[in-house]
Design a protein around this ligand. Structure first.
Ligand SMILES: [Ca+2]
Ligand SMILES: [Ca+2]
Length: 269
């Protein structure tokens, strides 16, 4: 009996070893990625605000970003009044809940404004999640998610949206779908939206939201609030309904167009 000597090719051996190692790393990476994704439910929402909505482009204005008026930004004009970073919806949170927002570098040229999103159990109304999220010009919101353990596949949820100068609105009950909570307010026929050029919009003009009642209605309190701010300019102003940085008669005309409109949606409950 004799042996045939096998010549070990060192280069081939190292190449095979490397390929094997990369395969293991890729496998572990994909598993980890899958695990991380499985731990949270994405919010897949779309909504238009009437104030900054431009029917000709089918998008919302990003003027506040362009001029540097969003909270925490440095305005482009020297005479403009910068607004320090803050959460416009801090009042809507329970005391132990914090904003998910931090800093001004989160903005980009698609940013319209902040919007408040509350996820609630449909049957009990219990709040699952409260978040302040950034709204983009196409109606989408910047990536936002909820930890998996807070939601059940067996339950239905409603999405409540609020904005600092629009009427709040809520979705119909929805279930989890492929790891997402999905609702398109721009195509919905729910009560509390307004149709313009075949899309549905959140109703503008609700600038006074100091009390539960005033949060739900556009009335003379909103007009009076606008009146006391008329002429203010070049900043992040609640009375600036079309979101061009200034408070003017055009903003008032939006309030008057929607006067006496109201909703039963309550963001504070
Ligand atoms: Ca109001
Ligand atoms: Ca304005």
């Amino acid at each position: 009996m004799f042996y045939v000597p096998i010549k070990c090719n060192k280069t081939l051996f190292m190449s095979t070893l490397l390929t094997f190692t990369y395969s293991i790393i890729a496998f572990l990476g994909s598993s980890l990625d899958h695990t991380l994704r499985a731990q949270s439910v994405n919010l897949d929402l779309k909504v238009y605000l009437e104030g900054p909505y431009d029917a000709s482009s089918g998008k919302m204005s990003t003027k506040l970003y362009e001029l540097g008026y969003l909270p925490g930004m440095t305005p482009k004009a020297f005479f403009a009044e910068p607004v320090p970073f803050f959460d416009p919806y801090g009042d809507f949170y329970d005391q132990d809940l914090k904003s998910s927002t931090d800093g001004s570098d989160i903005y980009n040229d698609k940013s319209v404004d902040w919007i408040f999103v509350s996820i609630r159990e449909a049957t009990t109304g219990n709040v699952v999640s409260n978040q302040t999220v950034l709204l983009n010009e196409d109606g989408s919101i910047n990536g936002s998610s909820i930890p998996n353990e807070k939601l059940s596949k067996l339950k239905k949820y409603i999405v409540v949206l609020a904005h600092r100068n629009h009427l709040p609105v809520q979705s119909t009950p929805i279930k989890l779908n492929n790891g997402k909570l999905t609702f398109d307010f721009t195509k919905s026929d729910i009560i509390g939206l307004k149709e313009k050029n075949k899309v549905m919009l959140m109703i503008a003009g609700n600038i006074d939201q100091t009390k539960t009642r005033s949060t739900r209605v556009i009335n003379m309190e909103d007009v009076n609030t606008w009146r006391s701010a008329n002429g203010k300019n070049s900043s992040y102003l609640r009375e600036d309904i079309d979101m061009n940085g200034d408070v003017s008669v055009h903003d008032q005309s939006i309030i008057l167009e929607n006067l006496d409109l109201s909703t039963s949606v309550n963001i504070n409950e």
